[in-house]
Write a protein that binds this ligand. Structure first.
Ligand code: F6P
Length: 548
């Protein structure tokens, strides 16, 4: 018999306790928590094979954690985790399983019905990437293809673009990579301008192969090839299609032999582990790509097997929930102190906000609680000189994840120590802040009048008491990148379970796609009869006036 669960926010016992704990937490400073517990760092950090998660600088104690964990257990988290890994159709609105984890499992650990499919796809992917890397794959005029353009958008772009940059230290430098996503023609035109038709490979990545942006850009690239190489050239040799819609790919003109598969059980934003990662595999080779998969699998094992109190993605999610639903945070930030990870946050934004930006429960009833909050961030130390001011003195509390490596892939003198110090200093400054009286005394000592010191110290005061997590790895490798991505994937999934929403559909993006079709027709026709609002009509008229 299936166990009955009480959803997290309907569990009155847990909610009552959390509301009490919230009152207590708001009356206790982070610094006081550290003063009261000498072992706080050890008690609230986890080391997983060299990857450290320090969550000690949060407004939590053992009681808060155990209550959150009890709520998660009562909400059936264990059972939903198992359902996901076992391939139950947890994407209920699309009647789909969610099995991107199977792509990174060792062969023996995969759901048996997918074993051959995955094996086959990975072998084909290896064959493709090997022959491009060893220059056996030749273009229409017999030249090797060394300029790779991935055309895709959303999950068919953000993952490979992020990972190719993140792991560029390990890339074969004979190859050049470009990522084109935007329907703004500038994106494809500028990328093509950097490439030579004879040596360019176009990877058209689209699970549905019906996405307007991708198809428009792919068509532009096809025209570019035809006009450069001539109508009789075998331009199929310059294309690889990655999709679950084989018919549409062949109709576009890509030969069936040049197609790699996608499946409905891999969501677009979770597809980097599939053939969508082909550009990454071309860049770092199949061994590098399999290390990336191993990193992801290491987190899957940890996630499935560790008790919640030692389970990093579960704790990341519980802390995030605590900060947003109880401690009044209204956005989250991630700052990566690693230049190679400069695209990591935009990748996370889709993973997080397209997954959990919902306000309806799995059964269709409205959520009576807040769900995902905006996620933003960037690359430290740049961000310190841009928007950290808001973190330190703004009127809104923004919990942060800092991600940093101990070692640089490009060490120079002690520059990495400075980088690491900057990262720690930010996290410490957020917690301790700077007290007004100390600042005032300092100003008085410097000779300012009482009135001047009083006024200036109000501006200089830093309230502190702002939470942050720290994720520390040794050195960025394919394995570590796989770990980081999988950590956030599971964090996002756990949050969806607690909010009782489906993290794997994205109905909200459909309406805009639909409306853009009729607006485009209105922009391009003389018909002014579009039955719509005055603002849209006015803007259509403005476009027509400025383009006539
Ligand atoms: O519009 C949203 C979306 O469906 C994303 O979920 C997806 O990653 C992206 O578009 C691209 O879709 P496709 O791979 O089918 O072109």
């Amino acid at each position: 018999m299936k166990a009955e669960f009480t959803s997290f926010f309907n569990n009155t016992h847990i909610q009552k306790k959390l509301n009490e704990l919230e009152r207590r937490a708001k009356a206790t400073s982070l610094s006081a928590r550290f003063a009261a517990d000498k072992n706080r760092f050890d008690n609230f950090s986890i080391d997983l094979d060299g990857l450290l998660f320090d969550f000690s600088k949060n407004h939590i104690d053992a009681d808060t954690l155990s209550t959150l964990i009890a709520g998660a257990s009562d909400a059936g988290l264990t059972s939903l985790i198992n359902d996901m890994f076992e391939g139950k159709k947890i994407n209920n609105t699309e009647d789909r399983a969610v099995l991107h984890t199977a792509l990174r499992s060792p062969p023996g650990d995969r759901p048996s019905h997918l074993s051959a499919t995955i094996e086959n796809a990975q072998q084909n992917m290896n064959t493709f990437s090997d022959s491009i890397r060893n220059k056996a794959w030749l273009g229409a005029t017999g030249k090797p293809l060394t300029q790779i353009i991935n055309i895709g958008i959303g999950g068919s772009d953000l993952g490979p673009a992020m990972a190719v940059d993140a792991l560029s230290h390990y890339s074969d430098k004979d190859f050049e990579f470009h990522f084109v996503s935007n329907i703004d023609p500038t994106h494809i035109v500028e990328a093509l301008a950097k490439c030579t038709p004879e040596t360019t490979l176009l990877i058209v990545s689209s699970k549905s192969f019906s996405t307007l942006e991708t198809l428009s850009n792919a068509k532009a690239a096809k025209n570019w090839l035809v006009s450069a190489l001539g109508p009789d050239a075998n331009i199929g040799k310059h294309f690889i299609g990655i999709s679950s819609n084989i018919g549409a790919v062949t109709e576009f003109g890509i030969p069936e032999t040049n197609i790699l598969p996608m499946w409905d059980w891999v969501g677009g934003r979770y597809s980097l582990w599939s053939a969508i990662g082909l550009s990454l595999e071309i860049a770092i080779g199949k061994k590098g790509f399999s290390d990336f998969l191993r990193g992801g699998h290491c987190i899957d094992k940890h996630f499935r097997e560790s008790p919640f109190e030692n389970n990093i993605p579960v704790l990341m999610a519980l802390i995030s929930l605590w900060n947003s639903n109880y401690m009044d945070a209204d956005s989250n930030a991630v700052v990566c102190y690693e230049q190679f990870l400069h695209r990591f946050v935009s990748y996370l934004q889709q993973m997080d906000m397209e997954s959990n930006g919902k306000s309806v429960q799995r059964n269709g009833e409205p959520c009576l609680w807040k769900t995902a909050i905006p996620l933003w961030g960037g690359t430290g130390s740049d961000t310190q000189h841009s928007y950290h001011q808001l973190f330190h003195q703004g009127s809104r509390m923004v919990p942060l994840d800092f991600i940093v490596g101990a070692n640089s892939l490009n060490p120079i003198g002690d520059q990495q120590a400075f980088l690491f110090a900057n990262c720690l200093a930010q996290s410490k400054a957020l917690m301790t802040g700077q007290d007004k009286n100390t600042i005032k005394q300092d100003l008085l000592n410097k000779g300012l009048s009482e009135e001047e010191a009083e006024q200036l110290s109000s501006h200089k005061e830093i309230p502190g008491n702002r939470p942050s997590n720290m994720i520390v790895y040794n050195k960025l490798t394919p394995f570590v990148l796989g770990q980081l991505v999988a950590l956030y994937e599971h964090k996002v999934f756990v949050l969806s379970v607690l909010w009782n929403i489906n993290a794997f559909d994205q109905w909200g993006v459909e309406l805009g796609k639909e409306l853009s079709g009729s607006i485009k027709s209105a922009l391009l026709s003389n018909d002014t009869d579009l039955n719509t609002d005055a603002s849209t009509l006015g803007l259509i008229a403005r476009y027509k006036k400025q383009t006539s």
